[in-house]
Design a protein around this ligand. Sequence first.
Ligand SMILES: [Fe+2]
Ligand SMILES: [Fe+2]
Length: 226
Amino acid sequence: MSLKNIITEHDTMADLIRQDYNILPVISRFGIPLGVGNKDIAHICNQAGVNTKLFLMVVNLILSSHADVSDIIDDDVLKIVDFLHNSHTYFLDYKFPHIRQNLQNALDPTHVDINPAIMQFFDDYVEQVKLHFAYEENTVFPYVRSLVKGENSNYNIGIFRKHHDEVADRLTELKNIILLYYTTTTPDKMYDALVDIFNCEADLESHAQIENNILVPAIANIENRG
Ligand SMILES: [Fe+2]
Ligand SMILES: [Fe+2]
C-alpha cells in the first residue's frame, strides 16, 4: 500500500468500512458502536473513548501489513493486550459456536459417513485454538503487565515470538476440504457456513498480525529500554 492509501484520523469511519469490511470486527472489538454517520475517525474514537493512534495503527496494519510501533507508550501496550483479550473472548464465546451451529445445520443428511468427521475436525480445531489462547492469557499477557510495572521475570518476548504458531492454518484446511470435496444437494446453508469460515480465517490472521507486528516489537522495545 502506498503512503497515500494510509488511513488517517481525518478519513471517515464509514469510508474505512467500505474500503474493507474485514475492519468491522476490529471496530466492534474496540467497543465502537455502529451508526457512524459521516464523522471522521478522530471524532468517532474520541466519542467512544478509544485511543485514535492505536486504532489507526491496528487498522493500517490490517490494510497494509505494516506497523510503526516506535512511539508506542506503556499504556498503549496494556490497551493492545486488552484488545487481544477481547478478541479471544469473541472467537471462543461468539464466533466458533456460531460457525459450529451453521456448519451442523449445513451438513447433508445423506453423508452420514463423513459428517461426524467434519464436526470432529472442527471441534479438535477449537480445542487447539483454546490452548493457543490460554498460553497467551496465562503466560504472555501477565508477563506484559508485570514488565510494564517494572517487575523482573524469567520470561521474555523472544520465547513467544519463536513459538507463536498460526492458528488460522487448520481452519484453512477445513475450508478447503469442504470447498473441494463436500457435495451437497442443499448448498445455500453450506455457502453461508463457508463465508463464516472465510471471515473467521481473515480475522484470526489479523489477530496474529497484531500479536506479531505490534505486541512483539513493542514489548521488545520496552525490554531493550529496561
Ligand atoms: Fe491471541
Ligand atoms: Fe496468537
